[in-house]
Design a protein around this ligand. Sequence first.
Ligand SMILES: Nc1ncnc2c1ncn2[C@@H]1O[C@H](COP(=O)(O)OP(=O)(O)O)[C@@H](O)[C@H]1O
Ligand SMILES: O=C(O)C1=C[C@@H](OP(=O)(O)O)[C@@H](O)[C@H](O)C1
Ligand SMILES: [Mg+2]
Length: 189
Amino acid sequence: MPDKSSIFLIGPMGAGKTTVGRRLARILNLEFVDSDAEINKKTGVDTATIFEIEGEDGFRKRETRALEELSSRGGIVLATGGGAVLKPENRELLKSRGFVVYLTVPLELQLRRTRRDRKRPLLQTPNPRKRLQQLNRERDPLYRETAHWIVDTQRNDSQRLARELATHIRNNVWQDDSTSRIDAHRPIQ
Ligand SMILES: Nc1ncnc2c1ncn2[C@@H]1O[C@H](COP(=O)(O)OP(=O)(O)O)[C@@H](O)[C@H]1O
Ligand SMILES: O=C(O)C1=C[C@@H](OP(=O)(O)O)[C@@H](O)[C@H](O)C1
Ligand SMILES: [Mg+2]
C-alpha cells in the first residue's frame, strides 16, 4: 500500500513536474525534492555534462539511486525526470511508495514550454518536435502504468494547477483509504 503522504510527479519534459511540484509542496506544507536537482547537487555538474561523460546509461543509474533514496522519505512532493519510468524497478518503486500523478501536456505546449531551456540534453537536437513525439509515444504507456492519477496541465497556469491538485489530494487522496486509480480525464472542476 503506497505511503500517500508523499506525492510523486511523473510525465514528459515540460509537463511542469518541477514548477508545479514546488508550488504544490508549499501549499501542502510538504518538502519539495527534484531528482534531477539532487543528481546535479551530488555530482556537482549539470545533466548535460553527466550525459557527455557517463552517457545516458550513467545518468539512468544515478537516477535510480536518487529515486530510491528520495522516495523512501515520507511527506514529500517528488518531481521526477521525464525518463524516470523507463526502468521497471523505478516504476515499481514509485508506484509502491507514494501517490503518483501523471502530468500530461499536449505536444505543441510541451515544445513551447521547453524551447528556451538548454538544460535538457535529449532536446539538443535539430528536430525537438520529432524527438518529443518519439519519446511521448514510447513513454506514455509507462506513465499510465505507473500513475494513480492522470491530470491534464494545459488549462491552468502552474500556481492555479498546484492549488487545484492540492484541493483534490486533500479531499480525495488523504481522505480516502484506497489508493484507487482516479481517472481524472474529466477536467478538474
Ligand atoms: N501549468 C503550466 N502553465 C504554464 N507554464 C508552465 C506550466 N507548467 C510548467 N510551466 C513552464 O514550463 C517550463 C517547464 O516546466 P518544468 O517544471 O521545468 O517541467 P518538467 O520538470 O516537467 O520538465 C517552465 O518554464 C515552467 O514555468
Ligand atoms: O525525459 C528525459 O529523459 C529527461 C528529462 C529531464 O527532466 P525533466 O522532465 O524535469 O525535464 C532530465 O531528467 C533529463 O534531461 C532526462
Ligand atoms: Mg523537471
